[in-house]
Write a protein that binds this ligand. Structure first.
Ligand SMILES: [Mg+2]
Ligand SMILES: [Zn+2]
Length: 423
């Protein structure tokens, strides 16, 4: 399935928002072709626009099509490709001064944004994975459309810049213009997952004598496969698997990942390096990623897990690294943290304290630059690397929604309780 970037037209690819009845009245943004070229490699680029100029009687549907044909040609000359344009010619209100020929367009339709019929049509025509697609627009109407359709929304500060205030919605991201938005989109899909599957699982013996911990099964699937399913749902299919103990068993099971619709690479681990050392050892596979998500191989996650939310928090906080944290009702035996109202982590407290109810959950999103902070040799990614960022005020915590399930299965007792939960 292909991904798409849906673009609003007026105010997003044009200098202003308004009623443009002909091509001559339109002024495209100066950096538009550059922005679209950035998207052309990995995405379909599809314009979704309301054109009530037709319902106002200012021009015909055919005129709108001609305008779009010229916009497409213009961009083509500059090496940028628009894959499709869908527009709504309607308007729901009746007015006495509407010319006779336009009256048939005065209807309540299903294609006028924020309705999603135009997107649905494009999804059908091109076979688009809408959940992992993006919508870039300048109005709250566009953001509402994105939410209704289930794609990621980016508000641009050109055109109306969200000041129409028609809908009470928050965009997922905000950018200055379409060029900045296109760069962001490319970053957001360049996420690599680092699965730490090297542990010996000593507390799970005898189950782990011949089976590495991440291959233990819950509800008919290994824990690693549950993790891969959740990653795929979030559009992340590039995985670096750090295996050490019984690593051949893991490689035999997953291979290059193609059977699971992901791509998996395995750094060679000459010795047990601990979680920090394993990540540093994988550097050659991670340098060109925009973001890394580091996941412990003994974390069971369910299908509701949405890594896009975690990345969104991280990007919008401009954080260096962000831990997944959760509210706990048993703080005494959880690694609790003190956190401020913006999600910045102020202090790592550890166990045995009841006042703080925010606990570390053992999953991190970060910049690949974090690798430069990891000391050589065997070390722990949390204690020796991440928690050291707290002093520099560079570590944030994203509070996991209650609907997500995540639990580590490090002991026989925990494994049993997680298995029961999924039974
Ligand atoms: Mg607009
Ligand atoms: Zn319509």
């Amino acid at each position: 399935m292909k991904r798409a970037v849906f673009l609003d037209r007026d105010g997003t690819i044009t200098k202003s928002d308004g009623y443009f009845s002909s091509y001559e009245k339109i002024e495209l943004l100066g950096n538009l072709s550059g922005a679209i070229k950035l998207l052309n490699r990995d995405f379909l680029v599809i314009i979704i626009t309301n054109q009530p100029v037709v319902a106002r009687g200012m021009c015909t549907e055919e005129d709108v099509r001609k305008t779009h044909g010229k916009i497409i040609k213009d961009l083509e000359k500059q090496g940028a490709r628009i894959d499709g344009v869908y527009f709504c010619p309607h308007h729901p209100e009746h007015h006495d001064d509407v010319p006779e020929h336009a009256r048939k367009y005065r209807v309540q339709c299903k294609c006028r944004k924020p309705e999603t019929e135009l997107i649905e049509q494009a999804v059908e025509d091109f076979g688009i994975d809408v959940r992992n697609s993006f919508f870039i627009g300048d109005s709250t109407r566009d953001i509402k459309t994105a939410k209704n359709a289930g794609c990621t929304s980016i508000l641009v500060r050109t055109g109306l810049a969200g000041n129409d205030k028609k809908y009470d919605v928050e965009p997922d991201y905000t950018c200055n213009d379409i060029l900045e938005a296109s760069k962001l989109v490319n970053e957001l899909i360049n996420v690599r997952a680092v699965l730490l599957a090297g542990g010996k699982g000593e507390r799970l013996r005898p189950l782990t004598l011949n089976t590495p911990k991440p291959l233990l099964e819950i509800a008919g699937k290994s824990i690693l496969e549950h993790q891969m399913d959740a990653l795929k749902r979030s559009g992340i299919n590039k995985i670096v698997l750090c295996a050490s103990y019984l690593s051949d068993k893991i490689k035999d099971r997953f291979g290059d990942g193609s059977r699971f619709s992901v791509s998996i690479e395995y750094p060679e681990e000459p010795e047990m390096l601990g979680s920090g050392g394993a990540v540093k050892n994988a550097k050659a596979f991670l340098d060109d990623a925009s973001y890394l998500i580091i996941i412990n191989g003994d974390s069971m996650v369910d299908g509701k897990f949405d890594f896009r939310e975690l990345v969104k928090f991280h990007v919008n906080a401009s954080a260096f690294a962000t831990l997944l944290v959760r509210e706990t009702d048993h703080p005494l035996d959880s690694d609790v943290l003190r956190i401020d109202e913006n999600g910045r982590i102020l202090e790592f407290i550890g166990r045995g304290q009841e006042e703080c109810k925010i606990a570390n959950s053992g999953m991190t999103v970060c910049s690949p630059k974090l690798l430069d902070c990891i000391p050589d040799g065997n070390c722990n990614i949390e204690k020796d690397v991440l928690f050291k960022l707290i002093e520099k005020k560079d570590l944030y915590g994203f509070k996991m929604p209650n609907s997500w399930f995540k639990r580590d299965i490090g002991t026989l007792e925990r494994l049993e309780s997680v298995r029961k939960y999924f039974d």
